[in-house]
Write a protein that binds this ligand. Structure first.
Ligand code: FES
Ligand SMILES: [Fe+2]
Length: 362
């Protein structure tokens, strides 16, 4: 962890909380459309950042603290020269963090004045920031699959959860809660006798863990009835990819393909922002389904956000976590192991390291 991370993000509780701070990675800081001609403030792993566009519309990201007297640079504006101008005494900074102007200063010394700068990449309508300043990243941001694929429609949404990255990602990839928390919307509640026994093949490798569900019956909720009225088979994968990507993939019959990629940004230990990119190809025209699916998806997400907040509150109230997992918490413990290893910088073998089978009733 960087010196910066340590000073700005103290542990929230005394007991154990599943928080891993992976600062040597890329995270989405904002959507391209959010970053106009005014600077905006964002937080990544407890570090306040300011984002702005220069005169060439190139996005830049600096630590949100003016090196002169430490006011937030996000209070400033973009100068005509395309530099970020501090609101207090008007120092101007370029996207690399170098101070290009100190208004009123005549005698220019050779001393370099600068603000820590973060590497930025803008693609797929998203602005990515490398979470450690003033270093050359050893990786590139996550490549979104299908975002330009033929026959697919892609929708982007931004939501926020008051929960750790681990809890947020686990929730996004957790099957057993759907019948209860989202009763009637996605999966319906059945008696144990009515349930089907299905198998999940869990594959874990250096940077990811994936569960492939075999023999899953078509869920009976409203969302699915719309898409596959005649039934059909279900193929379903849930994936976590380091540092913070939660991906759910569904194929219903031969015609419907859904890929939901949640790019998660840990803002602080207990606040995670999700940039959800949904790419799909459907039996019915997308324009017909979108207005019906969107409110349902939002309701599902609001239920998740509400329960995650209650989970966080309880963990804080009790001063830490005490989790009791079973085998059907299929991915949560693996996600935590991956996050922990990555935080420690443990060397990871490149090939497939483990495969196991879990049976469960759904
Ligand atoms: S505090 Fe920013 S210019 Fe003085
Ligand atoms: Fe959920």
């Amino acid at each position: 962890m960087s010196e910066l991370g340590r000073t700005l993000a103290p542990p929230a509780t005394k007991g154990h909380v599943s928080v891993a701070r992976l600062s040597q990675h890329w995270y989405v800081a904002c959507q391209s459309q959010e970053l106009g001609s005014h600077p905006i403030a964002r937080t990544i792993i407890g570090t306040p950042l300011v984002l702005f566009r220069d005169d060439k519309r190139q996005a830049g990201a600096l630590l949100d603290r003016c090196p002169h007297r430490n006011v937030p640079l996000s209070l400033g504006r973009v100068s005509r020269a395309g530099h970020l101008e501090c609101a207090y005494h008007g120092w101007q900074f370029d996207g690399g963090g170098t101070c290009r102007l100190v208004p009123g200063l005549i005698e220019e010394s050779s001393r370099e004045r600068r603000a820590p700068a973060f590497r930025v990449r803008e693609r797929d309508g998203l602005v990515w920031v490398y979470a450690t300043p003033d270093v050359e990243p050893r990786s590139e941001p996550f490549q979104l699959p299908l975002s330009n694929a033929r026959g697919y429609v892609t929708v982007q949404r931004r939501v926020q959860a008051e929960a750790t990255l681990h809890a947020t990602v686990e929730n996004a990839l957790d099957v057993p809660h759907t019948a209860f928390l989202h009763r009637g919307l996605f999966r319906t509640t059945k008696t144990e006798a009515e349930k089907n026994v299905i198998t999940a093949i869990v594959r874990r490798s250096a940077d990811r863990v994936e569960a492939e569900y075999l023999g899953e019956p078509l869920p009976t909720g409203a969302v699915v009835r719309l898409l596959s009225p005649s039934g059909g088979t279900v193929q379903h994968w849930d994936r976590f990819i380091l540092p913070s990507v939660a991906q759910v993939e569904y194929r219903l019959g031969t015609e419907n393909h859904f890929l939901v990629t949640a790019l998660c940004t840990p803002e602080t230990d207990f606040v995670t922002r999700l940039y959800a990119v949904v790419s799909f190809r459907l039996r019915v025209p997308a324009a017909l389904v979108k207005p019906l699916i969107e409110p349902l998806a939002l309701r599902i997400f609001n239920q998740d956000a509400a329960i995650l907040k209650r989970q966080s509150d309880t963990i804080r109230e009790f001063g830490g976590e005490q989790f009791m997992s079973t085998e059907i918490d299929v991915l949560g413990p693996d996600i935590w192991r991956l996050l922990k290893h990555a935080e420690r910088g443990d060397p990871q073998p490149e090939e497939l390291v483990a495969e196991r089978r879990v049976t469960l009733r759904v």
